[in-house]
Design a protein around this ligand. Structure first.
Ligand code: GDP
Length: 294
């Protein structure tokens, strides 16, 4: 996904090759190229500006007698800055309570149901007993989709297809999970094609009623800057704990992965890169920075 960005960054650092030291002029030129490359990769403009200003300041503050070349030095500083920008280190989800409730939010089509299945699968493989709850009261197909996934991964799915009260279904699911001795209950919810008041009220009500130990916001990375804006809007209403970035296998320029943490001030906790149940990874900022820098 970062092929284009990696190429451009590599080119920017190469222009420094052969130059003996870091100077105001060569750093300024390189930073301009890096900023343009980030913006082309759909990184939020302010984030791109801030991060290049920070790299520049660090580079100019370095001892000129340093043993490494300017190109190497700037690559290292950029790597560190990108890692920090994306949160520094991996943050795990909170699993507390009996059962621990994990609430999944996001727009329709972002990949919530698929991710719910993937997370259930991952937690099960780690030795947890897991139950899924289908709380999409608008799309009967979503209930079926979750049931199919549940069967595939061997995880029980709680559903009440006739009930149109998501809070009630989720509360009943908590009871069922408790009775069944499950450690974790993952609650899949209804999305909309775009942010609207009704959806926000529904998901906020669910959060209030369930008091989840973890609320995750799922967003399609291919929507670029919109992904960041939607995350900001959801967070203002929902105060979620972490972001799940999906479809990183698709034709995404990756900007959302770089911008979200700084703009929304919440960590990306998982990335999803395919439709298969195994196509999920914990998000590690340092690994992502290494990937960006090629
Ligand atoms: P929901 O409406 O938010 O529950 O979204 P779904 O889980 O139904 O996903 C919408 C579509 O995106 C489905 O066709 C999924 O198979 C697909 N999808 C979900 N996650 C990924 C992913 O990481 N990569 C790709 N390529 N497709 C995905």
């Amino acid at each position: 996904m970062f092929d284009n960005l990696s190429l451009k960054l590599d080119k920017a650092f190469k222009t420094l090759k052969g130059q003996g030291s870091i100077t105001e002029v060569n750093v300024a030129t390189t930073m301009k190229e890096i900023r343009r490359a980030l913006i082309d990769a759909d990184v939020n403009y302010k984030v791109a500006k801030d991060v290049t200003d920070e790299i520049k300041e660090k580079a100019l503050g370095q001892d000129v007698l340093t043993a490494v070349s300017p190109g190497q030095l700037l690559t290292k500083i950029t790597n560190d800055e990108l890692t920090q920008l994306m949160g520094g280190s991996h943050e795990d989800i909170n699993i507390k309570g009996s059962p621990a409730v994990i609430l999944i939010s996001g727009l329709q089509g972002s990949g919530k149901t698929t991710f719910s299945g993937k997370l259930a699968n991952m937690l099960k493989k780690q030795g947890n007993t897991v139950m899924l709850a289908a709380c999409d009261i608008y799309r009967p197909a979503a209930i079926d989709q979750l049931k199919v996934l549940g069967e595939q991964i061997g995880v029980e799915v709680y559903a009440e297809p006739e009930n149109k009260n998501a809070v009630q279904i989720a509360n009943n699911a908590i009871k069922a999970a408790k009775d069944g001795g499950k450690k974790v209950l993952i609650v899949d919810t209804a999305g909309r094609l775009a942010v609207d008041e009704e959806m926000m009220n529904e998901i906020s009500d669910l959060k209030k009623a369930l008091d989840p130990s973890e609320t995750l916001f799922v967003v399609d990375s291919m929507t670029g800057q919109d992904a960041v804006n939607t995350a900001k809007t959801f967070n203002e209403r929902l105060n979620f704990d972490g972001v799940v970035l999906t479809k990183l296998d698709g034709d995404t320029r990756g900007g959302a992965a770089i911008s979200i943490r700084r703009v929304v001030e919440k960590p990306i906790k998982f990335i999803s890169h395919g439709e298969k149940m195994e196509a999920i990874d914990k998000f590690h900022p340092d690994r992502m920075a290494n990937r960006i820098l090629g």
